[in-house]
Write a protein that binds this ligand. Structure first.
Ligand SMILES: Nc1ncnc2c1ncn2[C@@H]1O[C@H](COP(=O)(O)OP(=O)(O)OP(=O)(O)O)[C@@H](O)[C@H]1O
Length: 248
């Protein structure tokens, strides 16, 4: 057994999770009884061919999508047993999201985007807290800029600050470096690494990029809706080799 499973309890545990999408010819299975834990205070990358179910897996684990069967346990909460209102509370208080296309609100400044999760929770927004989140991603001097005035890498850093300001236990990132050049992608991976190593959060990331996956503690490989492999302490070469086995 690896060190990761020995000493770190899962932040999220999936047990026999299945999910199909309707299609004219009948339901198409996308996840087939996936059982998997994402260790706490670790960065896990999910990889696999296009259409293998990575985003669906991430969305089920994050409570954005409901499995047809199986369980998703986030910390001590069974997401299947939550109604929509409870799921919204769990997502706002315990989960952060980072998307490939950043999903910043274009009419708001970087500061206002980062303050948004605190506003949604209600209560007063402490300026120091928002500025500290921007400082952490190296953008305290860009606080008054709107997304269109920032580079893609800077926009993703704002998105990470917006996620971290709410202090989520777990961050789900879907292709966070997918729209970025190599250098900006590297900066984002350093920030996600830092989120685990210094801030003590759990990060689960879908990626197609072996260099990004090599920054993870563990890589989980999906193919055709099933977990088909796992690599701890990966290198980019080992990841690329594993992928070539499944992508053919
Ligand atoms: N809302 C939906 N309705 C119908 N089919 C869907 C829906 N979402 C996903 N699918 C299908 O489920 C399958 C898996 O999709 P998913 O996005 O999880 O795969 P993925 O591995 O993340 O793919 P990619 O790497 O291309 O983003 C695909 O065949 C997709 O077309």
């Amino acid at each position: 057994m690896s060190l990761l499973t020995d000493i770190r309890l899962p932040a999220v545990q999936l047990a026999a999770v299945s999910k199909s999408y309707p299609c004219a010819a009948g339901p198409v299975p996308v996840l087939r009884e996936v059982s998997l834990g994402f260790p706490q205070r670790a960065l896990t990358a999910v990889m696999g061919p296009s259409g293998s179910g990575k985003t669906t897996l991430l969305n089920c684990a994050a409570g954005l999508d409901k499995p047809d069967s199986g369980k998703v346990i986030l910390g001590d909460t069974d997401l299947a047993a939550c109604d929509e209102r409870e799921l919204t509370t769990v997502r706002r208080s315990r989960i952060g999201f980072v998307f490939q296309q950043f999903n910043l609100l274009p009419m708001l400044t970087a500061y206002e985007n980062v303050a948004l999760p605190l506003r949604l929770r209600g209560g007063r927004v402490k300026r120091d807290r928002v500025m500290e989140a921007l400082r952490r991603v190296g953008l305290e001097h860009e606080a008054n800029r709107r997304p269109a005035q920032l580079s893609g890498g800077q926009q993703q850093r704002v998105a990470i600050a917006r996620t971290l300001v709410a202090e989520p236990a777990i961050v789900f990132a879907d292709e966070p470096t997918g729209s970025l050049d190599r250098r900006s992608g590297r900066q984002i991976m350093d920030l996600l690494r830092d989120t685990v190593d210094r801030v003590g959060r759990t990060v689960v990331m879908v990626t197609h990029d072996p260099a990004a996956a090599a920054c993870a503690d563990r890589v989980v490989f999906l193919s055709d809706g099933k977990v088909v492999g796992r690599l701890d302490h990966p290198t980019a070469d080992a990841v690329a080799h594993q992928l070539s086995l499944w992508e053919g």
